[in-house]
Design a protein around this ligand. Structure first.
Ligand code: NAD
Length: 356
């Protein structure tokens, strides 16, 4: 039996997670897999109940599970809290507590959604690459950090972007390993022309690459990469980069596919991995049954694949999503003329029904 701890979170988090769990139950039943799911609180939901974005008990539950599944956290209700009390701290605490150092974000263009991309069809047709973002270090965690008062009455905000050799080595090795299952091309993204931390990053990448002579290696500065993603995104296979750069580039990449509501992710670490959609809690549409649950449902497929090695079950989920799109069903974010607009829960029904 596999134990999954589910953090529905805030905003549309609970709405999309509910649909993903229905899909999981259906595929488990058909494939005779045994999952036990238990809900826990993180983010704003935890602040409201316990006064903190993640309790030690909730983290322990996650650490003792076989996989963690998360909707999304955050929202305007908690925006004015001090930074260590904000919902996002709960998410960072989970990632850190699970030592989930690698965030895998596949960016794949579904043929049925090509017209939804803001880019020309020929640029995005067949798009399929993977962003590997370092997740537990870099500027989001570096110290010293803070806001200090200066003697002249001004305030000064500061953070520290730092990486050690071993932190870089483990994520870069993973990039090369993953690329061997793909098109054997790694692009490392840094800002080595300006930042010392990036100069070390690049040095380690070059060292690790020596163990993978069959894989093509490219380096790109982050500003150039941001531009290349729009100019010629099909040049990429595996992009490996630091926490901050990966955060920004993966949202940019999400838009290439038409909607952030389509992209799943996996955060992989020592033992327990965490699965979540790339998008946030979408407070503007929360509570309206309007969110696109497909990113979250596709995160179930990633969980089946990476944590439970159930490729057949993972493919069954992906096929059901493709079939629903092929039949013309769309949530509001991916709707276009000539397609059928459906709610979040209806989309969940349709995918669940098509799993076989
Ligand atoms: P967001 O991803 O929540 O929303 C950006 C835009 O995309 C919104 O217009 C939203 O309606 C739309 N959108 C997002 N997901 C969608 C979906 N599944 N279906 C349809 N439309 C969707 O990002 P934001 O507005 O920058 O942040 C909102 C809150 O979420 C903030 O509190 C932020 O901190 C938090 N956040 C959480 C996570 C996470 O939990 N992993 C990630 C990013 C942002």
């Amino acid at each position: 039996m596999h134990k999954i701890v589910v953090f529905p979170g805030d905003g549309i988090g609970p709405e999309v997670t509910a649909q993903a769990m229905r899909v999981l139950s259906r595929v488990a039943k058909l494939q005779k897999l045994d999952f036990q799911t238990e809900e826990a609180l993180a983010g704003g939901a935890s602040i409201d109940q316990h006064g903190v974005p993640l309790t030690p008990e909730a983290l322990l539950k996650a650490q003792n599970s076989d996989a963690v599944f998360l909707g999304a956290v955050g929202g305007p209700k908690w925006d004015n809290l001090p930074s260590d009390k904000r919902p996002e701290k709960g998410l960072l605490g989970l990632r850190k507590g699970l030592n989930a150092f690698a965030n895998l974000r596949p960016v794949k263009m579904f043929p049925q959604l090509e017209s939804r991309s803001p880019l020309k069809q020929e640029i995005v047709k067949g798009l399929d690459f993977l962003i590997l973002r370092e997740l537990v270090s870099g500027v989001y965690f570096g110290t010293p950090r803070g806001i200090e008062k200066l003697s002249n009455g001004e305030e000064r905000g500061f953070n520290t972007m730092a990486y050690t050799t071993s932190e870089i080595t483990r994520i870069v090795k993973m990039a090369f390993e993953l690329s061997r299952k793909r098109r054997k091309k790694v692009t490392s993204v840094d800002k080595a022309n300006v930042l010392e931390v990036s100069q070390l990053w690049r040095k380690v990448v070059i060292e690790v690459a020596k163990g993978y002579p069959d894989v093509e290696l490219h380096h790109r500065y982050v500003d150039d990469c941001a531009m290349q993603l729009i100019r010629e995104p099909k040049q990429f296979d595996v992009i490996v980069t630091s926490n901050l750069f990966g955060d920004i580039l993966s949202d940019e990449s999400a838009m290439l596919t038409g909607s952030i509501g389509m992209l799943p992710s996996a955060s992989v670490g020592d033992k327990v991995a965490m699965y979540e959609p790339v998008h946030g809690s979408a407070p503007d549409i929360a509570g309206k049954d309007m969110g696109n649950p497909l990113a979250t449902i596709l995160s179930v497929a990633m969980m089946l694949e990476y944590s439970f090695h159930q490729s057949q079950a993972a493919r069954a989920v992906e096929r059901a999503v493709e079939q629903v799109l092929q039949e013309g069903y769309r949530t509001a974010d991916i709707y276009s003329d000539g397609t059928t607009r459906v709610s979040c829960s209806k989309m969940g029904d349709l995918v669940t029904e098509r799993i076989h």
